[in-house]
Ligand binder design. Structure first.
Ligand code: SF4
Ligand code: SF4
Length: 334
């Protein structure tokens, strides 16, 4: 199957994909449930992992609140590239007699789980780790040697038996915990960790709080760690998100209560996100284009070099907060 892998890699590179790797179903057998490719293709034997690097100039403008749109558009374009590459790889595999399914990267959750579990059908991060693209960092994001965590990911799952690539050597997570320090939703723990096993290797990452914390904040329904915070995301909204120590039940109850406030329309929509029936990439793109991208800080600050990470953190935490005025949104500092 080496010839087939080379053909797939050549297509991916031609279509602007920055990193491509291969994982087998077997190599993900010790991973958490969303590492199971069988959720999207019963006959799955392997997966192709695809990564597109995000533009660093646009990221810094986004973090410093000079420009939101350049990064939003770059992020959007990264998914368009992933979609086109997925479709071309899928066609190649199907033409050769295999089954193959590309899967969009976000906003689609398993309906067989309790409400608000927000469990994805497939974790592109786990597939990428098993395919040798990078490691899981403390944030839980995939981090690559070349681009840190600043990549968009996708996967094509197939019935073809493709030899898995070797795991990435070493580990570049520097345990700086700046990812946790930039998280306004208190989703990423500073000190509590868990072990995730993938392809026979153990990765220590933070013990995440309820998924809804990130979804509500990254989707723009909350922009601040606390009402007194000196910096925000690109959202001016302020929710009262109880501390993770209070438990998930109290947190969910509080969010549901706050969603009843007419000013929290976006939060109400977020609570319904799990019920949305995604219809392929078209549905994903429609959803993506309607949800304002306001955060992503945990991945955007995590570049391979420690000085860059610190500089990114400083840019974000001195960027001020977005407030709503009669004349529209405005950034205030201090
Ligand atoms: S920000 Fe620091 S601790 Fe977090 S994933 Fe990146 S390197 Fe690891
Ligand atoms: S995207 Fe934002 S809210 Fe979500 S985990 Fe990262 S920093 Fe926290």
């Amino acid at each position: 199957m080496e010839g087939l892998k080379e053909e797939i890699a050549a297509i991916a590179m031609r279509m602007g994909i920055d990193k491509v790797g291969f994982a087998s179903k077997e190599s993900l057998r010790d991973a958490p449930p969303s590492g199971d490719m069988g959720h999207i293709l019963g006959s799955a034997r392997s997966a192709v992992s695809l990564a597109v690097a995000l533009d660093k100039t646009a990221i810094r403008a986004f973090l410093s609140k000079e420009d939101q749109q350049a990064h939003v558009e770059d992020h959007r374009q990264s998914y368009i590239r992933l979609r086109k590459a997925e479709e071309a790889i899928q066609k190649l595999l199907v033409d050769k007699g295999y089954q193959a399914v590309g899967h969009y990267p976000n906003f689609d959750y398993r309906k067989d789980q309790p409400f608000l579990t927000l469990a994805p059908f497939l974790s592109h991060r786990y597939v990428a780790v098993a395919a040798g693209i990078g490691w899981l960092g403390w944030s839980g994001n995939l981090i690559t040697p070349e681009y840190g965590a600043t990549v968009s990911l996708s996967s094509v799952v197939t019935s073809a038996e493709l030899e898995p690539d070797a795991l990435a050597e070493g580990d570049i997570c520097e345990n700086c915990r700046l990812c946790a320090a930039t998280c306004p939703s208190h989703f990423i723990s500073q000190k509590d960790g868990i072990i995730v096993n993938i392809a026979g290797r153990a990765y220590a990452h933070n013990k995440k709080a309820h998924n809804l914390r990130c979804l509500a904040t990254c989707g723009g329904a909350n922009g601040m760690g606390s009402p007194e915070a000196k910096w925000s995301t690109w959202s001016y909204k302020v929710l009262d998100l109880p501390a993770p120590e209070g438990g998930d039940e109290a947190f969910v109850q509080s969010v549901v209560e706050q969603s009843k406030d007419p000013a929290n329309r976006l939060l109400r929509a977020t609570l319904n996100a799990e019920r949305v029936e995604m219809r392929g990439w078209e549905g994903f793109e429609r959803f993506w284009n309607t949800v304002p991208l306001t955060c992503g800080s945990c991945m955007l600050i995590c570049w391979p070099n420690m000085k860059d990470k610190q500089d990114n953190y400083n840019l974000l935490t001195t960027s001020g907060r977005v407030v709503k005025t009669d004349n529209g949104l405005k950034v205030i500092k201090g």
